[in-house]
Design a protein around this ligand. Structure first.
Ligand SMILES: [Zn+2]
Ligand SMILES: [Zn+2]
Length: 138
């Protein structure tokens, strides 16, 4: 896999990430459903701070996670595409929205989280464990 690149729908925000992705979590929480307007978010974990903007920058909305800590949800102010989440409860990782990647061919879900609020029709991919909420730490 080469460098991760991507951007928003209108092209105002472009990014690159030199670090390899750590994991991909499908998040079925109600906040991700609201923000994505979809059934779940496809969140690619990358080392915190490794994301660099090559064009424009995001605006963020400060959401609150179940941990009580802020979740900074970054999006393009022009077209509204969600780009990544800076989750204070995961100090090692930022969470890139897989739909914004230029190349999605390598994306493989490694876990399903917040399945307790998943939409009823959603099929789960093989080999990705399902957790009712956040996975147990460690
Ligand atoms: Zn945009
Ligand atoms: Zn979520």
């Amino acid at each position: 896999m080469s460098e991760i690149t991507g951007g928003c729908l209108c092209g105002a925000v472009r990014y690159a990430c030199a670090a390899p992705a750590v994991m991909t979590a499908l998040c079925h929480c109600t906040h991700c459903q609201k923000q994505s307007g979809s059934a779940f978010s496809v969140n690619v974990g990358i080392p915190k701070g490794s994301l660099q903007f090559t064009a424009g920058k995001t605006t963020s909305y400060e959401d609150k996670g179940t941990s009580g800590l802020p979740v900074h949800r970054h999006f393009c102010a022009q077209c509204g595409s969600p780009i990544f989440s800076d989750v204070e409860a995961t100090p090692q990782l930022d969470w890139l929205k897989a739909g914004t990647l230029d190349d999605t061919s390598w994306v493989k879900p490694s876990a399903n989280i917040w399945c307790a609020s998943a939409q009823g029709w959603v099929p789960y991919p093989e080999g990705a464990p399902q957790f009712p909420q956040n996975p147990p730490a460690g």
